[in-house]
Design a protein. Structure first.
Length: 367
């Protein structure tokens, strides 16, 4: 059983290194800035018994993620982790600018060299979780929560997928593109067909969809319909072929392309940007499907979607049933700072910084 299941059942308070599987070279300082390693050596020689309090914060409204990972990091790689006093918020908590999200109290040489790694974990996980949360919020403006598929596999190094997928889960997305993205929280990747499948059938969308259906009969049948840059024509082709078996169509038109629908209907042009997946194209697609009785066929859109674009679609009541979002969710826009603010029980910090107590912090027991 995955740790996330135990956590959701209340049998485990925090995820551990059984989930995160850290690189053992962390212990050797391989991923720590050299000045932290030098300070560790100086502390051991000159200030071996000095107890410091390190606190972490950031400067925006966000959804915190990465706290379980940081605590597991400390419990795995700090010297004498049982002697550290850790207080932390929990993954998924909403946080305010400058709010303390984590404090660590102990001997500097026991944990100080992990400061930069902690900042990085919190920054990446919180950035992804916050972006997904905001996109999910935008996709619910209509009063109905539209699903958002997390499609970040091609926008960053593959080694980031498990952590990004977990952060996306904390942000609210439970539909993700790869198995790796689901590794920490327990499901499998989802997806239907890429453009490459249609290319194998020389652009014949019906034959490609037929091959998919025969090979994966248990899957919901969703056809990708922009390969020939004629989404309405191809959507109707597959709808006529598969009828009730067709559950949806996905539109992924490039932002550099104008769908052939507009070339046939130039009278509608002149008041909007007709490139890519636009509101007018999706409205026309919905109307075309409905006119032939295919009201059951859902519309999935992808390609350059972000919070603002989804919000625009939802505010204009564009008939989208599901959004696929990738690169916009992976931008690191929340940066964390760790500061030593107390030494041996007395305030001591760089100018402009001080201990900021937070009653929301939960004491973390060493397990």
């Amino acid at each position: 059983m995955k740790e996330i299941e135990l956590k959701l059942q209340g049998k485990l308070n925090r995820l551990t290194n059984h989930t995160f599987k850290f690189d053992e070279r962390i212990k050797d300082g391989w991923f720590s800035a050299v000045y932290f390693l030098k300070t560790k050596e100086i502390a051991k020689k000159k200030k071996p018994d000095a107890f410091v309090t390190m606190q972490f914060f950031q400067k925006t409204h966000a959804v915190i993620c990465g706290t379980d990972e940081v605590i597991a990091l400390l419990h795995t790689f700090a010297d004498n982790p049982q002697n550290l006093e850790i207080h932390s918020l929990k993954d998924g908590d909403q946080i305010s600018p400058f709010e303390t999200v984590l404090t660590i109290k102990g001997r500097y040489q026991d944990f100080g060299y992990l400061e930069g790694i902690i900042d990085g974990i919190l920054a990446r996980r919180t950035s992804v979780a916050t972006s997904v949360y905001n996109v999910m919020k935008a996709a619910s403006i209509s009063g109905q929560q539209k699903p958002v598929i997390f499609m970040g596999d091609r926008d960053d190094h593959f080694t980031q997928q498990a952590g990004d997928g977990y952060a996306a889960f904390i942000g609210g997305s439970t539909a993700q593109a790869t198995h790796a993205m689901n590794e920490w929280w327990g499901k499998k990747g989802m997806g239907t067909m890429p453009h490459a499948l249609i290319q194998l059938f020389n652009g014949d969308i019906v034959e490609a969809t037929k091959a998919y259906k025969e090979t994966f009969p248990e899957d919901e049948l969703i056809a990708l319909v922009d390969y020939n840059n004629d989404v309405i024509t191809d959507s109707l082709k597959v709808a006529r072929e598969f009828g009730q078996e067709l559950k949806g169509v996905r539109v992924d038109t490039s932002r550099m392309m104008i769908d052939k629908y507009f070339l046939r209907n130039q009278h509608v042009l002149g008041t909007f940007d007709p490139r890519g997946v636009n509101m007018q194209l999706i409205n026309a697609l919905r109307n075309a499907l409905d006119e032939e009785g295919y009201n059951h066929v859902k519309i999935v859109v992808s390609g350059g979607f972000n919070e603002d674009r989804i919000r625009q679609f939802e505010e204009n009541q564009v008939p989208v049933d599901m959004y696929g979002v990738g690169s916009s969710l992976l931008k690191i826009h929340v940066g964390f700072t760790g500061d030593n603010v107390v030494i041996d029980g007395s305030p001591e910090a760089k100018a402009g910084r001080k201990l900021r107590p937070n009653s929301r912090l939960e004491k973390v027991e060493f397990e």
